[in-house]
Every structure is written in C-alpha cells, then in structure tokens.
Unconditional design. Structure first.
Ligand code: F6P
Length: 498
C-alpha cells in the first residue's frame, strides 16, 4: 500500500505515551553508538511504527535516494549527493560521466598542488550557506588532520568588518581564492569577490587571475567574469547547496585535508549511506530520528530540538545542521501543492557542552518548554584522558539528570525530569566518524521529508528573501519613496539618532 503522510500522522497520534517504559535502545554504526533509551516512544512502539512504514512502501521511497530519480520534484532535478561519496558508482555508470570527470579534475588539482613547490600558505573560500558552513565545519573540526602548511579562511557575509579582517590576515601573493557559489548569483559572494579581486589585481596585476578558482554550476557566468576555464570546477545541479561539501564546493577543504583524509571523510559518509540503504527500518537510525522528531512535533506540540556536542571541535556543527535541517524541512506545502495539516521540521539550535550547562541548561531543567536534545560525545584519544573522561561524564550526567529529574521538598529546587534526549557517542573525532555523522543527519532530513510528503531539496522561501534584499537596496539608494511605510519610518528615525 502506498505511503500516506496523513495516515502516518494517525499512527503517531494513536500511540500511548509511557514515560516509564524503561526499555533500553542502543544502536551502533561503524563509528557511532546512538542511544534512544530516553525517549517518550519505546523501542517496541518505534518498531510498531516502522512495521507500518514497511507495509506502506516507505523502503522503496527511501531507497529512491540511491537511484537517479527526480526527488527534487519542484525544481525537476535528481538528487545525487550520495553519489559523490561512491566513486565506484560514479565511474561505473555512463550517466555520471560528467561527475566522474569532475571528480578526476579535482583529484588531479589536489595531487598536483601538493606535489609541486608553491608559495601558497592560505586558502580563502568566498561563499555563504552551503558554500561555507559544511567546508568550514570540516576544516575546523578536523584541524589536526589538515595540512599545517595551509591555513583556511572563509569570507561569507556583507559585514565590512569581516572583509577588513581578511585584508589584514592575508597576502595575495601566497593566497589561493575559491569563489564557491553554485548559482554564481549570490549577492554576498559576488560583492566579496569584487573586493578581493580588486585587491589582488592591485597587488599582483595580471597574475591575479591565476589565484582565483571558481566553483559553480554556472560556468558561463564564471567565464564571463574572467575566470580561467582550467580554474573553473563544476557543481552539478543535482547537488543541493546544503549537501554540497562533498562536491567541488569543498575543494579548499579537500586541499587542506589532503586526498587520503578527504577519501576517509567520503568513506565515513558512504558507510552511513550503506546503513541508511540497507538497515531494516526498526534499526535504521536516520529513519528512527525522523520519526521521533515528527512524534514530538505533532503529538507533544514540540517546536524545536537542541543539538549539544560535548566537543569544542564540533562548535560549528550546529550552524551547519541548522541549514541542513531547517532549509530542508522548513516546509508547509506537500508534493501535491497542498498546505500540510501537520508540523514538519523543528527549529534546531544548540551550543557546545559543558559551556551550555552554564548558559541555557537551566531552561531545560526547570523551564516550561519541552525540548528534545541531541547530545554528541566522544570518548577521545588526546593527551589528556582525564579531561576527556570528565567531559564524557558531564555529558552522560546531563542526559541522565534531565530524564530522571530530581524531587525536592522545596519546589524551587525540584527538576521535573522527562526531558528526552538521543546520545551520540564515538570513540574519536576523525574524518570517517565526522563523515558518518554528517551523512546521518542528511538522511534524517530526507526521511523527515518523506514522512511529511514535502520536498527536502528546494528552498523557495530563502530565494524570495534574497530577491527582497536586492530590491530593498535599490529602493533605499534610488527610490526611497517606494519604501514601505514601516521601513521608511525606521530609516527616518535612524537619522534622529546620535
Ligand atoms: O540559502 C539559500 C542558498 O541558495 C543555499 O541553499 C545555498 O547553500 C546558499 O544560498 C549559497 O548559494 P550559492 O552556492 O548559489 O551561492
């Protein structure tokens, strides 16, 4: 029987919540242990839901991700980011020749760069959203695996203070600039590129061009802007921005990691692809996490989920996941174009533990809002095992305390408990384990899209916002009389300030 999101919602609402189910539920992948014991749904109830999904065509829908189907149905595009970490598939299928060529070009570029003597010490990526968040997460979290000869920098928004900081840090002579933009029409990226290009031309004259690499789906525009053809790398239309770190968008990251560690990153993601494709639904971690999100959102009026890595190196994970999750599942219209009558994606926020304990955990303990938490912890392999044991203990303690609560005769000191969480635990943070974790969340948001009959892979809302930005600038500069009354009033009051 075919899947119906409405019918699935009924399955969720028919469940009886038993907070005292006491069922242990721990799943493992190659590098991660994922514990689901502290949730409002028991292992038995989750299995009941996955059996229903099996009987309603969900496995076939899920595994469309591994075919060339048009999954981005509103933009009539296939979705191929999983292909990027399966080089065997890329090179064996004739319809992926272009991808194979891209893959080879990048590999030759990276190997040649590391083989030749050159004076490049800094890699600057100009990009925003998926053209920045994923690569920056990787080079920041995996710094110990990256080249010590290359420093990576990112220039993202239109705050001139970000730009001026780059001017102070870099020397055009020893810097390679990657202009990462799938569309090559993103305002922030184009404005930043113009400034950096002008600076390089001032310093390097005609040789400036050889310091600029374009990474885009819009090759014609890159050529028209003066990029050398051999310095343009392609991002296929079938690779969504928030899923593009595995593509040429991550070229500076690939240079910094080096080919072996980059392949390990891909291998980790591929291991999760295999898990997602082959695991039965009742032990399929991305599917189970998607079910839990939908259950909390639709049966307990939960609107958000916190992600708290107990790892300083994963401090950029939340910004990346915010785009992956909220740009993918922040939807309200289904495949038929009808407004969905249920909650889709949750808001994602968070921070690094144990710092978060001294910031917003009080709100978890005694606040009035139920917020499921993803705790992410590492056993560690550093030179400070005692610190790592403390850090892990702090994470485990928070998950326990929030779930169990603590009674007290003094009501002001009691904590309610019943705060659900998923614990993700790995032995260490390395390219493979991080690749696996990022792919896990990618598959979770795809599963959420399937369960709500929405398109995980478009982002028309944001595109509308982008156009508004351009129109506002034009109105302020050239036609203030066309400004809306509120904006006009705001700007008038601005002039009154000291
Ligand atoms: O935020 C909208 C968006 O299109 C993202 O999906 C994308 O990652 C980002 O802007 C940058 O887009 P581009 O790579 O085309 O510059």
């Amino acid at each position: 029987m075919s899947f119906s999101a409405q019918h699935f919602q009924k399955q969720l609402h028919d469940l009886t919540i038993d907070l005292n189910h006491n069922e242990l539920f721990t799943l493992t992948t190659t590098h991660w242990l994922v514990d689901l014991s502290r949730h409002y749904l028991s292992r038995k109830q989750l299995k009941q839901l996955t059996v229903w999904l099996e009987h309603h065509d969900f496995i076939q829908q899920k595994n469309q991700l591994f075919d060339d189907n048009i999954l981005n149905f509103t933009e009539n595009r296939p979705v191929n980011h999983v292909l990027l970490r399966d080089s065997q598939q890329i090179f064996s299928c004739s319809q992926h020749t272009a991808m194979a060529i891209d893959f080879n070009r990048q590999q030759i570029f990276v190997n040649h760069f590391h083989a030749e003597q050159n004076e490049i010490t800094d890699l600057l990526t100009i990009g925003i959203g998926g053209s920045h968040l994923g690569p920056n997460l990787i080079t920041d979290a995996l710094k110990e695996f990256c080249s010590t000869k290359l420093k990576t920098h990112y220039l993202t928004g239109t705050d001139p203070y970000e730009l001026s900081a780059i001017f102070k840090q870099l020397n055009p002579k020893t810097t390679l600039v990657f202009v990462a933009s799938k569309s090559f029409s993103t305002l922030e990226t184009l404005w930043n590129y113009q400034q950096i290009k002008a600076w390089f031309e001032l310093e390097l004259a005609s040789s400036a061009t050889k310091h600029f690499i374009a990474i885009t789906n819009n090759q014609d525009k890159a050529l028209s802007m003066g990029f050398l053809k051999e310095y343009i790398f392609s991002v296929p239309d079938s690779i969504g921005g928030r899923f593009s770190l595995w593509s040429a968008i991550g070229l500076a990251m690939r240079l910094s990691l080096g080919e072996a560690q980059y392949q390990a990153l891909l291998a980790g993601a591929h291991a999760m692809d295999v898990h997602f494709k082959e695991q039965p639904l009742n032990t399929n971690i991305p599917v189970l996490l998607a079910i839990l999100d939908l259950f909390y959102g639709n049966c307990l009026d939960v609107q958000q989920r916190a992600v708290i890595p107990y790892s300083h190196r994963l401090r950029l994970l939340v910004p990346h996941l915010q785009q992956v999750e909220m740009e993918s599942n922040g939807k309200s219209v289904d495949i038929m174009g009808d407004t969905v009558p249920y909650r889709t994606g949750l808001a994602v926020w968070g921070g690094v533990g144990p710092n978060s304990q001294h910031s917003f955990h009080q709100w978890f303990y005694q606040g009035t809002v139920l917020t499921p938490i993803d705790f992410i912890a590492l056993q560690g392999n550093s030179a400070y095992p005692d610190f790592e044991q403390l850090l892990l203990s702090q994470c485990l303690a928070q998950a326990k305390a929030l779930w169990e609560g603590q009674s007290s005769e003094n009501a002001a000191q009691a904590t309610q408990g019943g705060k659900p969480s998923t614990l993700f635990l790995s032995k260490s943070l390395n390219p493979r384990s991080l690749g696996e974790l990022i792919a896990l969340y990618e598959h979770k948001v795809f599963s959420s899209g399937l369960l709500t009959n929405t398109n995980t892979f478009d982002q028309f809302g944001v595109e509308a916002g982008k156009r508004q930005g351009i129109a506002m600038l034009a109105a302020i500069n050239d036609a203030p009389s066309t400004l809306d009354p509120i904006t006009e009033n705001i700007l008038n009051h601005l002039n009154d300030l000291c």
